[in-house]
Design a protein around this ligand. Sequence first.
Ligand code: C5P
Length: 234
Amino acid sequence: MKDPRIIVALDCQEEKEALVLMAKLDPSLCRLKIGKELFTATGPQLVEKLMRHGFEIFLDLKFHDIPNTVGRACIAAARLGVWMLNVHALGGSKMLSAARDAIPAGQTKLIAVTLLTSMGPRDLREIGINQTPEQIVQHLALLALDCGLDGVVCSALEAKQLRQLITDKFDLITPGIRPIDSTMDDQQRVMTPRQAIENGSDYLVIGRPITQADDPLLVLRRLTEEINNQRSGA
Ligand code: C5P
């Protein structure tokens, strides 16, 4: 069975735009990520429509609440039949365990966001945390692993550090990917798909380099080839 490594971020405002983009992509080469903006605008109907076209969905809603509420939200999300969903590791072990208990392992992948990459050392101090972002990321990734989650979202730099500590069975999902010839947009620290896979990332979240391209399918094919070559050691 195919397991495409690219997750295209559908950072659209409305359903029409998302469907136009979807029609330019191929479900055998990518999965689709729906975040808070699009889900809030369109609801579960769009998730169902995209799935009917053969796409597997990463529902990126980053649940963070009391354990009972997060558990119930995870049940509702998993019922949609999404491939992957996520919660905030900062919600702590009780919340992570409630999420895990709500979704049987092997059904929908349950992953955690560790620390948002928008949070730097100053932002952490501001909320009373005196550890470095790297220490927090490592700590929260190990917590997610202990609570039985299937993986974490992390930058390609963090992937290198985490892969040395954690088994291959724990998925590392990495945004901030830029092909060698593309612009950075608003991303600060970027890596190519090849570097990210080399660092131990399993799935790459890629938005604008694909969604804003003149020919999204061509870019998707090229990036898939780059990843496959890296994985086969070519
Ligand atoms: O267009 P671009 O490739 O930068 O999109 C990256 C996607 O990954 C966006 O949906 C963004 O919200 C998400 N993301 C990120 N950095 C994180 C977590 C998520 O860029 N740390």
